[in-house]
Design a protein around this ligand. Structure first.
Ligand SMILES: *Cc1c(COP(=O)(O)O)cnc(C)c1O
Length: 392
Protein backbone atom coordinates (compact mmCIF):
# COMPACT_ATOMS: atom_id res chain seq x y z
CA UNK A 1 0.00 0.00 0.00
CA UNK A 2 1.20 3.47 -0.87
CA UNK A 3 2.22 5.59 2.11
CA UNK A 4 0.75 9.07 1.56
CA UNK A 5 3.37 10.61 3.86
CA UNK A 6 6.30 9.08 2.02
CA UNK A 7 8.21 12.06 0.64
CA UNK A 8 8.60 11.60 -3.08
CA UNK A 9 12.13 11.03 -4.25
CA UNK A 10 11.80 13.18 -7.37
CA UNK A 11 10.50 16.17 -5.42
CA UNK A 12 13.32 15.78 -2.91
CA UNK A 13 15.91 15.67 -5.66
CA UNK A 14 14.60 18.84 -7.30
CA UNK A 15 14.47 20.67 -3.98
CA UNK A 16 18.02 19.70 -3.08
CA UNK A 17 19.25 20.70 -6.55
CA UNK A 18 17.76 24.17 -5.97
CA UNK A 19 19.03 24.27 -2.39
CA UNK A 20 22.56 23.44 -3.56
CA UNK A 21 22.53 26.75 -5.45
CA UNK A 22 20.51 29.11 -3.25
CA UNK A 23 21.54 27.85 0.20
CA UNK A 24 19.35 27.18 3.20
CA UNK A 25 17.39 30.44 3.55
CA UNK A 26 14.21 31.43 1.79
CA UNK A 27 14.59 32.55 -1.80
CA UNK A 28 12.17 34.84 -3.63
CA UNK A 29 11.41 34.36 -7.32
CA UNK A 30 12.92 37.65 -8.43
CA UNK A 31 14.01 40.48 -6.17
CA UNK A 32 15.14 43.88 -7.41
CA UNK A 33 18.77 44.74 -6.74
CA UNK A 34 19.74 48.31 -5.80
CA UNK A 35 23.53 48.42 -5.68
CA UNK A 36 24.51 51.61 -7.47
CA UNK A 37 23.53 55.28 -7.72
CA UNK A 38 19.85 54.82 -6.85
CA UNK A 39 19.95 56.84 -3.61
CA UNK A 40 22.07 59.55 -5.21
CA UNK A 41 19.80 60.09 -8.21
CA UNK A 42 16.62 59.88 -6.16
CA UNK A 43 17.98 62.47 -3.75
CA UNK A 44 18.86 64.69 -6.66
CA UNK A 45 15.25 64.38 -7.84
CA UNK A 46 13.82 65.28 -4.45
CA UNK A 47 16.26 68.15 -3.88
CA UNK A 48 15.41 69.61 -7.28
CA UNK A 49 11.62 69.11 -6.69
CA UNK A 50 11.43 67.67 -10.21
CA UNK A 51 9.81 64.37 -9.33
CA UNK A 52 7.06 64.34 -11.90
CA UNK A 53 6.61 65.16 -15.57
CA UNK A 54 9.55 67.57 -15.90
CA UNK A 55 13.21 66.84 -15.27
CA UNK A 56 16.41 65.64 -16.88
CA UNK A 57 16.27 61.95 -15.95
CA UNK A 58 13.60 61.02 -18.49
CA UNK A 59 15.70 62.30 -21.40
CA UNK A 60 18.79 60.66 -19.95
CA UNK A 61 17.04 57.34 -19.39
CA UNK A 62 15.82 57.34 -23.00
CA UNK A 63 19.32 58.15 -24.28
CA UNK A 64 20.81 55.39 -22.11
CA UNK A 65 18.25 52.89 -23.44
CA UNK A 66 19.16 53.86 -27.01
CA UNK A 67 22.80 53.33 -26.09
CA UNK A 68 22.24 49.94 -24.55
CA UNK A 69 19.79 48.42 -27.04
CA UNK A 70 21.05 49.96 -30.26
CA UNK A 71 17.53 51.11 -31.16
CA UNK A 72 17.49 54.55 -32.77
CA UNK A 73 14.77 55.87 -30.45
CA UNK A 74 13.36 55.04 -27.02
CA UNK A 75 10.26 56.61 -25.47
CA UNK A 76 9.88 56.05 -21.71
CA UNK A 77 6.34 55.43 -20.43
CA UNK A 78 4.51 54.52 -17.21
CA UNK A 79 4.58 50.75 -17.70
CA UNK A 80 5.07 47.99 -20.22
CA UNK A 81 1.36 47.60 -20.84
CA UNK A 82 1.11 51.28 -21.87
CA UNK A 83 4.12 50.77 -24.14
CA UNK A 84 2.33 47.87 -25.84
CA UNK A 85 -0.92 49.83 -26.11
CA UNK A 86 0.72 52.78 -27.87
CA UNK A 87 2.91 50.52 -30.03
CA UNK A 88 -0.18 48.68 -31.29
CA UNK A 89 -2.03 51.94 -32.01
CA UNK A 90 0.96 53.26 -33.95
CA UNK A 91 1.25 49.99 -35.86
CA UNK A 92 -2.24 50.81 -37.13
CA UNK A 93 -4.40 48.55 -34.96
CA UNK A 94 -8.00 49.72 -35.25
CA UNK A 95 -11.37 48.85 -33.85
CA UNK A 96 -12.43 45.47 -35.23
CA UNK A 97 -8.94 44.28 -36.22
CA UNK A 98 -7.33 41.05 -35.11
CA UNK A 99 -3.84 40.83 -33.60
CA UNK A 100 -1.86 37.59 -33.50
CA UNK A 101 -0.42 37.01 -30.04
CA UNK A 102 0.81 33.97 -28.13
CA UNK A 103 -1.64 32.07 -25.92
CA UNK A 104 1.39 31.60 -23.68
CA UNK A 105 2.01 35.14 -22.45
CA UNK A 106 1.36 37.49 -19.56
CA UNK A 107 -2.14 38.97 -19.71
CA UNK A 108 -0.82 42.46 -20.60
CA UNK A 109 -0.24 41.41 -24.23
CA UNK A 110 -3.90 40.46 -24.65
CA UNK A 111 -5.19 43.44 -22.67
CA UNK A 112 -3.27 45.91 -24.85
CA UNK A 113 -4.97 44.45 -27.94
CA UNK A 114 -8.38 44.93 -26.32
CA UNK A 115 -7.56 48.54 -25.37
CA UNK A 116 -7.34 49.23 -29.13
CA UNK A 117 -10.80 47.76 -29.69
CA UNK A 118 -9.20 44.78 -31.45
CA UNK A 119 -9.40 41.04 -30.83
CA UNK A 120 -6.49 38.84 -29.78
CA UNK A 121 -6.05 35.86 -32.08
CA UNK A 122 -4.08 33.18 -30.26
CA UNK A 123 -1.08 31.44 -31.79
CA UNK A 124 0.74 28.32 -30.59
CA UNK A 125 4.21 28.24 -29.05
CA UNK A 126 7.39 26.43 -30.01
CA UNK A 127 8.43 23.81 -27.48
CA UNK A 128 12.09 24.78 -27.79
CA UNK A 129 12.21 28.52 -27.14
CA UNK A 130 8.56 28.95 -25.96
CA UNK A 131 7.97 31.85 -28.40
CA UNK A 132 5.52 31.86 -31.33
CA UNK A 133 5.86 28.84 -33.62
CA UNK A 134 6.70 30.49 -36.97
CA UNK A 135 6.25 27.40 -39.12
CA UNK A 136 2.89 26.50 -37.62
CA UNK A 137 1.78 30.13 -37.96
CA UNK A 138 2.76 30.18 -41.64
CA UNK A 139 0.78 27.01 -42.39
CA UNK A 140 -2.19 28.35 -40.46
CA UNK A 141 -2.18 31.71 -42.26
CA UNK A 142 -1.86 29.92 -45.61
CA UNK A 143 -5.07 28.02 -45.03
CA UNK A 144 -7.06 30.53 -42.96
CA UNK A 145 -6.40 33.92 -44.55
CA UNK A 146 -6.55 35.65 -47.92
CA UNK A 147 -4.91 38.81 -49.22
CA UNK A 148 -7.17 41.71 -50.19
CA UNK A 149 -5.84 45.14 -51.20
CA UNK A 150 -2.56 44.38 -49.50
CA UNK A 151 -4.21 43.34 -46.24
CA UNK A 152 -4.30 39.97 -44.54
CA UNK A 153 -7.93 38.94 -44.00
CA UNK A 154 -9.11 36.17 -41.69
CA UNK A 155 -11.41 34.13 -43.98
CA UNK A 156 -13.71 33.00 -41.19
CA UNK A 157 -14.26 36.39 -39.50
CA UNK A 158 -13.61 38.74 -42.44
CA UNK A 159 -11.43 40.88 -40.17
CA UNK A 160 -8.04 42.39 -40.91
CA UNK A 161 -5.12 40.68 -39.16
CA UNK A 162 -3.03 43.77 -38.55
CA UNK A 163 -0.11 42.86 -36.30
CA UNK A 164 1.89 39.88 -35.00
CA UNK A 165 3.24 40.26 -31.46
CA UNK A 166 6.01 37.82 -30.59
CA UNK A 167 6.96 37.69 -26.92
CA UNK A 168 10.39 36.61 -25.68
CA UNK A 169 9.39 34.25 -22.89
CA UNK A 170 11.43 34.55 -19.66
CA UNK A 171 14.02 36.46 -21.72
CA UNK A 172 14.62 33.72 -24.33
CA UNK A 173 14.43 35.23 -27.82
CA UNK A 174 11.68 33.94 -30.11
CA UNK A 175 12.39 32.87 -33.72
CA UNK A 176 12.56 36.44 -35.05
CA UNK A 177 13.90 35.47 -38.46
CA UNK A 178 11.05 33.05 -39.09
CA UNK A 179 8.43 35.43 -37.72
CA UNK A 180 9.69 38.47 -39.67
CA UNK A 181 9.46 36.39 -42.85
CA UNK A 182 5.86 35.39 -42.03
CA UNK A 183 4.97 39.01 -41.23
CA UNK A 184 6.42 40.25 -44.49
CA UNK A 185 4.92 37.46 -46.65
CA UNK A 186 1.43 38.03 -45.25
CA UNK A 187 1.53 41.85 -45.04
CA UNK A 188 1.26 41.95 -41.26
CA UNK A 189 3.25 44.39 -39.11
CA UNK A 190 5.43 42.97 -36.34
CA UNK A 191 5.63 44.52 -32.86
CA UNK A 192 7.73 42.79 -30.20
CA UNK A 193 6.58 42.34 -26.64
CA UNK A 194 10.14 42.56 -25.28
CA UNK A 195 8.93 43.23 -21.73
CA UNK A 196 10.95 40.28 -20.39
CA UNK A 197 13.98 40.51 -22.65
CA UNK A 198 16.03 43.61 -21.85
CA UNK A 199 19.60 42.36 -22.31
CA UNK A 200 18.61 39.48 -24.64
CA UNK A 201 20.00 39.22 -28.16
CA UNK A 202 18.93 37.37 -31.28
CA UNK A 203 21.97 36.85 -33.52
CA UNK A 204 23.83 39.70 -31.78
CA UNK A 205 21.01 42.23 -32.19
CA UNK A 206 19.00 43.35 -29.15
CA UNK A 207 15.45 42.02 -28.91
CA UNK A 208 12.79 44.69 -29.31
CA UNK A 209 14.66 46.27 -32.24
CA UNK A 210 13.56 43.85 -34.98
CA UNK A 211 9.92 44.79 -35.34
CA UNK A 212 8.36 48.13 -36.22
CA UNK A 213 8.44 48.73 -32.45
CA UNK A 214 9.36 46.86 -29.29
CA UNK A 215 7.87 47.27 -25.81
CA UNK A 216 10.01 47.03 -22.67
CA UNK A 217 8.90 46.79 -19.03
CA UNK A 218 10.67 47.97 -15.89
CA UNK A 219 8.19 46.58 -13.39
CA UNK A 220 9.57 45.56 -10.00
CA UNK A 221 9.97 41.90 -10.96
CA UNK A 222 11.80 42.50 -14.25
CA UNK A 223 15.57 42.41 -14.83
CA UNK A 224 15.91 46.10 -13.92
CA UNK A 225 13.17 48.24 -12.42
CA UNK A 226 11.97 51.84 -12.29
CA UNK A 227 9.31 50.92 -9.74
CA UNK A 228 6.81 50.84 -12.57
CA UNK A 229 7.80 51.74 -16.08
CA UNK A 230 8.16 50.80 -19.69
CA UNK A 231 9.54 52.02 -22.99
CA UNK A 232 8.82 51.87 -26.69
CA UNK A 233 11.82 51.14 -28.92
CA UNK A 234 11.81 51.98 -32.62
CA UNK A 235 14.14 52.85 -35.48
CA UNK A 236 11.50 55.01 -37.16
CA UNK A 237 11.73 58.72 -36.42
CA UNK A 238 8.11 59.51 -37.27
CA UNK A 239 6.86 56.70 -35.02
CA UNK A 240 9.15 57.85 -32.20
CA UNK A 241 7.73 61.39 -32.44
CA UNK A 242 4.17 60.10 -32.54
CA UNK A 243 4.86 57.85 -29.54
CA UNK A 244 6.19 60.78 -27.51
CA UNK A 245 3.23 62.96 -28.50
CA UNK A 246 0.56 60.34 -27.80
CA UNK A 247 2.06 59.44 -24.41
CA UNK A 248 2.29 63.08 -23.26
CA UNK A 249 -1.36 64.15 -23.73
CA UNK A 250 -0.60 65.47 -27.25
CA UNK A 251 0.47 68.77 -25.74
CA UNK A 252 1.93 71.28 -28.17
CA UNK A 253 5.23 72.80 -27.09
CA UNK A 254 4.70 76.32 -25.79
CA UNK A 255 6.26 78.35 -22.94
CA UNK A 256 2.95 78.71 -21.06
CA UNK A 257 -0.11 77.75 -23.10
CA UNK A 258 -2.03 74.48 -22.72
CA UNK A 259 -3.01 73.24 -26.14
CA UNK A 260 -3.50 69.65 -27.11
CA UNK A 261 -4.16 68.64 -30.70
CA UNK A 262 -5.77 65.21 -30.27
CA UNK A 263 -7.20 62.86 -27.66
CA UNK A 264 -4.12 61.21 -26.18
CA UNK A 265 -2.73 59.56 -23.06
CA UNK A 266 -0.98 60.54 -19.86
CA UNK A 267 1.54 57.72 -20.12
CA UNK A 268 4.76 59.67 -19.52
CA UNK A 269 7.28 58.12 -17.15
CA UNK A 270 7.74 60.43 -14.11
CA UNK A 271 11.23 61.85 -13.56
CA UNK A 272 11.62 60.05 -10.22
CA UNK A 273 11.08 56.67 -11.88
CA UNK A 274 13.51 57.56 -14.66
CA UNK A 275 16.11 58.50 -12.02
CA UNK A 276 15.84 54.99 -10.61
CA UNK A 277 16.07 53.63 -14.15
CA UNK A 278 19.30 55.53 -14.91
CA UNK A 279 20.94 54.05 -11.81
CA UNK A 280 19.64 50.57 -12.66
CA UNK A 281 20.82 50.70 -16.28
CA UNK A 282 24.35 51.47 -15.10
CA UNK A 283 24.32 48.04 -13.42
CA UNK A 284 22.51 46.10 -16.13
CA UNK A 285 25.56 44.48 -17.69
CA UNK A 286 26.87 43.23 -14.35
CA UNK A 287 23.41 41.93 -13.42
CA UNK A 288 23.27 40.04 -16.72
CA UNK A 289 26.66 38.49 -16.00
CA UNK A 290 25.54 37.41 -12.56
CA UNK A 291 22.26 35.98 -13.85
CA UNK A 292 24.19 33.95 -16.43
CA UNK A 293 26.43 32.71 -13.62
CA UNK A 294 23.31 31.67 -11.69
CA UNK A 295 22.16 29.69 -14.73
CA UNK A 296 25.49 27.84 -14.86
CA UNK A 297 25.24 26.96 -11.19
CA UNK A 298 21.76 25.57 -11.61
CA UNK A 299 22.93 23.76 -14.73
CA UNK A 300 25.66 21.98 -12.78
CA UNK A 301 23.23 21.19 -9.98
CA UNK A 302 20.53 19.70 -12.24
CA UNK A 303 22.89 17.61 -14.37
CA UNK A 304 21.88 13.95 -14.39
CA UNK A 305 18.52 14.50 -12.73
CA UNK A 306 15.92 12.48 -14.64
CA UNK A 307 12.54 13.92 -15.51
CA UNK A 308 13.41 17.58 -15.68
CA UNK A 309 15.66 19.94 -17.61
CA UNK A 310 16.93 23.40 -16.85
CA UNK A 311 16.06 25.69 -19.75
CA UNK A 312 19.04 27.13 -21.66
CA UNK A 313 19.13 29.97 -24.19
CA UNK A 314 18.14 29.08 -27.78
CA UNK A 315 20.87 28.57 -30.43
CA UNK A 316 22.38 31.77 -31.87
CA UNK A 317 20.79 33.77 -29.06
CA UNK A 318 22.01 35.38 -25.89
CA UNK A 319 19.34 35.33 -23.20
CA UNK A 320 19.16 37.66 -20.21
CA UNK A 321 18.08 34.65 -18.10
CA UNK A 322 15.43 36.83 -16.47
CA UNK A 323 13.65 33.86 -14.89
CA UNK A 324 15.36 30.50 -14.48
CA UNK A 325 13.05 27.78 -15.69
CA UNK A 326 12.53 24.06 -15.25
CA UNK A 327 10.80 22.04 -17.96
CA UNK A 328 9.38 18.76 -16.72
CA UNK A 329 9.46 15.80 -19.12
CA UNK A 330 6.04 14.69 -20.39
CA UNK A 331 6.05 11.70 -18.04
CA UNK A 332 6.75 13.97 -15.06
CA UNK A 333 4.15 16.69 -15.76
CA UNK A 334 1.88 15.26 -13.06
CA UNK A 335 4.47 16.32 -10.46
CA UNK A 336 4.05 20.03 -11.28
CA UNK A 337 1.54 20.99 -8.60
CA UNK A 338 3.21 18.87 -5.90
CA UNK A 339 6.52 20.46 -6.79
CA UNK A 340 5.03 23.96 -6.59
CA UNK A 341 3.48 23.11 -3.24
CA UNK A 342 6.54 21.56 -1.66
CA UNK A 343 9.03 24.17 -2.88
CA UNK A 344 6.89 27.10 -1.74
CA UNK A 345 6.30 25.35 1.59
CA UNK A 346 10.03 25.20 2.23
CA UNK A 347 10.63 28.87 1.37
CA UNK A 348 11.72 28.39 -2.22
CA UNK A 349 9.48 30.61 -4.27
CA UNK A 350 8.47 28.90 -7.50
CA UNK A 351 5.70 29.69 -9.95
CA UNK A 352 3.87 27.97 -12.80
CA UNK A 353 3.68 29.74 -16.14
CA UNK A 354 0.64 31.99 -16.76
CA UNK A 355 -2.74 30.40 -17.29
CA UNK A 356 -3.06 30.37 -21.09
CA UNK A 357 -4.94 33.35 -22.48
CA UNK A 358 -7.70 31.33 -24.22
CA UNK A 359 -8.49 29.65 -20.90
CA UNK A 360 -9.36 33.01 -19.29
CA UNK A 361 -13.06 33.85 -19.25
CA UNK A 362 -12.59 37.26 -20.92
CA UNK A 363 -10.71 35.79 -23.89
CA UNK A 364 -12.33 32.38 -24.28
CA UNK A 365 -14.29 33.35 -27.40
CA UNK A 366 -11.32 34.84 -29.25
CA UNK A 367 -10.14 33.14 -32.46
CA UNK A 368 -7.24 30.70 -32.14
CA UNK A 369 -5.37 27.91 -33.84
CA UNK A 370 -4.80 24.57 -32.14
CA UNK A 371 -2.59 25.31 -29.16
CA UNK A 372 -1.10 21.92 -28.40
CA UNK A 373 2.42 23.27 -27.94
CA UNK A 374 1.38 25.92 -25.45
CA UNK A 375 -0.94 23.50 -23.65
CA UNK A 376 1.87 21.01 -23.20
CA UNK A 377 4.25 23.71 -21.97
CA UNK A 378 1.73 25.09 -19.51
CA UNK A 379 1.65 21.74 -17.73
CA UNK A 380 5.43 21.47 -17.50
CA UNK A 381 7.02 24.89 -16.91
CA UNK A 382 8.13 26.04 -13.47
CA UNK A 383 10.14 29.15 -12.65
CA UNK A 384 12.61 28.84 -9.78
CA UNK A 385 14.41 31.51 -7.69
CA UNK A 386 16.18 33.82 -10.15
CA UNK A 387 17.36 36.96 -8.32
CA UNK A 388 20.73 38.31 -9.40
CA UNK A 389 22.00 38.25 -5.78
CA UNK A 390 21.57 34.46 -5.51
CA UNK A 391 24.74 33.83 -7.50
CA UNK A 392 26.94 36.09 -5.37
C1 LIG B 1 5.84 42.46 -17.56
C2 LIG B 1 5.21 42.22 -18.86
C3 LIG B 1 4.49 43.22 -19.56
C4 LIG B 1 4.30 44.62 -19.09
O1 LIG B 1 4.01 44.71 -17.78
P1 LIG B 1 3.90 46.05 -16.93
O2 LIG B 1 3.71 45.48 -15.57
O3 LIG B 1 2.75 46.80 -17.45
O4 LIG B 1 5.18 46.83 -17.04
C5 LIG B 1 3.98 42.90 -20.81
N1 LIG B 1 4.14 41.69 -21.35
C6 LIG B 1 4.83 40.71 -20.72
C7 LIG B 1 5.00 39.40 -21.40
C8 LIG B 1 5.36 40.94 -19.45
O5 LIG B 1 6.02 39.95 -18.84
Amino acid sequence: MKDQNQPNLFLEQVISAIRAVVGTGSAPLHEPHFGGNEWLYLKECLDSTFVSSVGKFVDRFEADLVDFTGAKYAVAVVNGTAALHIALLLAGVKNGDEVLIPALTFVATANAVKYCGATPHFVDSDKGHFGLDAKKLRDYLNSHTEQKLGLCINKSTGKVIRVIVPMHVFGHPADLEGLLAVASDFNIALVEDAAESLGSYYQDQHTGTFGLMGALSFNGNKTITTGGGGAILTNDETIARRAKHLTTTAKLAHPWEFRHDEVAYNYRMPNINAALGCAQLEQLQSMLDVKRELFHRYEASFIGLDGVQLVAEPAACRSNYWLQTLLLDDGYAHYRDELLKSTNATGLMTRPVWRLMHELEQFKDCPRMDLMGAESLEKRLINIPSSANLAS
